[in-house]
Design a protein around this ligand. Sequence first.
Ligand SMILES: *Cc1c(COP(=O)(O)O)cnc(C)c1O
Length: 351
Amino acid sequence: MCVAVKANAYGHGAVECAGIALACGADFLAIAAVSEGIELREAGIHAPLLLLSLCQPEEMDSLVANDITPFVFDKDYVDLLSQAVQKAGKKDYAVHLAVDTGMGRIGCYPEEAADIARHILSTGKLLLGGMSTHFAVSDSPAEGDEAYTARQFARFTQAIENVKAAGINPGICHCCNSAATLEKPEYHLDMVRPGIIVYGYYPDGKPRQYYERKKMPIDLRPVMALVTQVVAIRPIKKGMSVSYGHTWTAEEDTMTGVLPIGYADGLFRRLAPHLQVAVKGKAYPVRGRICMDQCMIDLGKNPVERWSEAVLFGPKESGAVLTAQELADATGTISYEITSAITKRVPRVYQ
Ligand SMILES: *Cc1c(COP(=O)(O)O)cnc(C)c1O
């Protein structure tokens, strides 16, 4: 099990989530930047770290110093890494060979896999620790997409066979993201790499009902609630406007609640028309534009107490009106983007 904790664990806090994932039995953690690996190492995490994106040459010494396992797929990159390993006085440094079977992102093509694998071993410094590919549409229920994933899987197993035929042990073979982990046990191979399901969201195109229909019900609950407080309550007279650009003007006397959270916390401006902020179980709309650090909600005629908790999104138990998934659906994005956008200045509280 390799749990994706990249992007600050999809916004949930990398160090804490990594600790929980390992306590639950994860063998690997997946990151997307060398800096994310350094953060985990400095927090005392010794588990294998798989770097899912390419790093820059300047970062390779640091990658090697922190024992981060990189994806590789071309000879130049392999050579640069091998030099960094040599410089560090290390050897037998494991890398995973990424194969592009239809994602069009990183990876060698299946027919190149054996040649690159040979090149990895020829450095005398690097070992082939594993092989991987990444699915482009495993979360899509659309016509033809299941077949697309099947073709990707077939290309991947062909690449593995090619490497084996060259007399090279392919190591740990892995290809499943969340959607494929749930649905395709026959694709699990040696390891799976779930991300979004670990944080309690269904794969983008496959909500709860999809799995119920398939008679493989799965109960996921969002982990994150985004919570703040009503820090001020202000009377707004009929005709007064609220926030930049005076895009909203009160049509009658009302009260607004000021929330100390804005787009610099990851609460995107484009969420404003769709947000329904929950205070004491009631839903209140955002008025006017979301500012960098603040936004305003319309409390109407019977305002809540100052310092009341205001829940922007979260699981139903948090009192939220919307989940991150619903907010994503309403704004044309995916849950990943909503949660991973929450910036570091927002304190993470774990319970
Ligand atoms: C992000 C990522 C994953 C996890 O994807 P989810 O859709 O969150 O499960 C797995 N593998 C790779 C290569 C990734 O980039």
